[in-house]
Design a protein around this ligand. Structure first.
Ligand SMILES: [Zn+2]
Length: 469
């Protein structure tokens, strides 16, 4: 579809300008005042146009447990999550739709779904999430979450080495599934990419990482993992490798300019240097880091070292939403308490650049996405500056990032296709989605996780916490 947005506000270097924006054949064709009209006309008066943001790390199916998870650190939280995650394909489909819609209505046009796979139905899980994302029309990066060690191996052993059950599926069988998924679903030009996504050093052997590196090189795939989300993982890396996790991943060749790493809370100064040298991307998930007490990622240090940083919501049961603007706000101002030198603090314009261009860089698509630049794909978001939450009029980007914007997305185009108009998703019926989510769930209260009961004592011991009362 060709179209022209007239009289719209865009950000210039340090100010704003009112321009027309032409989109031809899904690309931005021209940006200037008073252009000729091409195709359909959209009135951009009193609206702000920004490039779409990236929700650069999430797990869509966690939506089914948002609001109910106990106040636990990651290792216990994961045990509870999996005890109560009897997923089926219908739920995978609905939560992918929900994740897409919430991402879109908070400024995101791309989603990286570190997708939890149903055992025995791995390819079906990927196909189902993919179908949901294609129906909505959001740009999709599916990172099938894989591991080859059992959950208990993700905790440090401490003094007494632990024996863990083997993982139910072999490393080679897991890699075969991913290769099959790549052959079936990896079509970047059609807006769907598959990533290799070993969950992290805590649950993956080197054989799995190495297999993923090979697939990534053979099929030109980006790489995505969790990295040093918790203090326990920092300890575990020392036990496992005798060095830091970053040093180890660097030694085996996992880090690169197409590697994005979620969390990165517990890194040393030397680790930060390695991330900068390898041009790896940090995906900052401030809300889940707060919710699970993981810590504050040293984002200001990353930025000063030249490490690319972008934002993710993380799964909806450690957040407990998929509001990208909320993640951007908290992920920007949280760090002011870590550094007295206010000249290092993240400004709203920098936040927007991190969320858009930073996301594109981490997925190796910065030549095509991430900024309002002639020749780039039209992944665009139009914000209504007359919305109550963006008034009175001051600095539009300041209001968007630092305020509490509510229902402010007027229109969204992805690859030049309009999928939100007049603040409504046009591609799917969101009222029906609400009814389905309601129907497939129930009001619940506190639950008891049997796995947590088994591992809590060990966790408290290795983390030097006093015995439970
Ligand atoms: Zn995650």
């Amino acid at each position: 579809m060709n179209f022209t947005i007239q009289n719209v506000l865009i950000a210039t270097h340090d100010d704003y300008a009112t321009v027309d924006v032409q989109v031809v054949d899904s690309k931005i064709a021209a940006i200037a005042p008073k252009l000729d009209v091409i195709g359909a006309v959209f009135n951009g008066s009193n609206k702000l146009l920004l490039p779409g943001f990236f929700n650069a790390h999430t797990h869509s199916s966690e939506m089914w447990q948002r609001g109910i998870m106990s106040a636990f650190p990651l290792e216990l939280w994961l045990a509870e999550l999996y005890d109560f995650a009897p997923l089926d394909l219908e739920k995978v489909y609905l939560s992918a739709l929900g994740t897409a819609v919430e991402t879109l209505l908070s400024g995101g046009t791309s989603v990286v779904d570190h997708l939890v796979l149903i055992p025995g139905q791995e390819l079906e899980t990927i196909a189902t999430a993919n179908r949901a994302y294609q129906e909505v029309g959001i740009r999709t990066f599916i990172a099938p979450l894989i591991q080859d060690e059992s959950l208990a191996a993700g905790m440090p052993s401490g003094e007494s080495p632990q024996n863990h059950e083997p993982y139910f599926r072999s490393t080679s069988a897991t890699l075969e599934i991913i290769e099959e998924a790549v052959k079936k679903f990896h079509h970047p030009d059609a807006g769907i990419s598959i990533l290799v996504a070993p969950t992290g050093i805590q649950l993956c052997t080197d054989a799995l990482f190495t297999g993923c590196i090979e697939l990534s090189d053979r099929y030109d795939l980006c790489r995505h993992s969790h990295l040093l989300e918790t203090k326990a993982q920092e300890k575990l890396a020392q036990e496992k490798y005798g060095c830091t996790a970053v040093e180890h991943l660097n030694q085996i060749g996992y880090l690169s300019d197409r590697t994005s790493l979620a969390h990165c809370v517990w890194l040393s100064d030397r680790d930060i240097k390695i991330l900068a040298e390898t041009q790896s991307t940090v995906v900052h998930n401030p809300l889940s880091n707060l919710r699970l007490g993981s810590g504050i990622a040293p984002i200001l240090k990353y930025r000063q070292a030249g490490v690319n940083v972008t934002f993710g919501c993380d799964g909806a049961s450690s957040n407990d939403s998929q509001d990208l603007l909320e993640a951007i706000k908290i992920g920007s101002i949280l760090h002011n308490v870590t550094d007295l030198d206010y000249q290092h603090w993240i400004t709203p314009r920098q936040s927007v650049e991190m969320a858009a261009l930073g996301g594109a860089k981490g997925l190796n698509v910065a030549d095509k996405l991430g900024s309002l630049t002639v020749g780039k794909q039209a992944d665009l978001v139009l914000y209504d500056l007359t919305n109550l939450s963006l008034l009175p009029r001051t600095d539009p980007i300041g209001l968007l990032v630092l305020g509490r914007p509510t229902n402010i997305v007027d229109s969204v185009w992805i690859n030049g296709q309009q999928i939100v108009a007049n603040s409504k998703v046009t591609t799917i019926n969101v009222d029906e989605l609400r009814q389905e989510l309601f129907k497939h769930s129930q009001w619940e209260t506190k639950r008891k996780s049997s796995t947590v009961a088994q591992i809590e004592t060990h966790y408290r011991t290795v983390m030097d916490l006093p015995d439970s009362k």
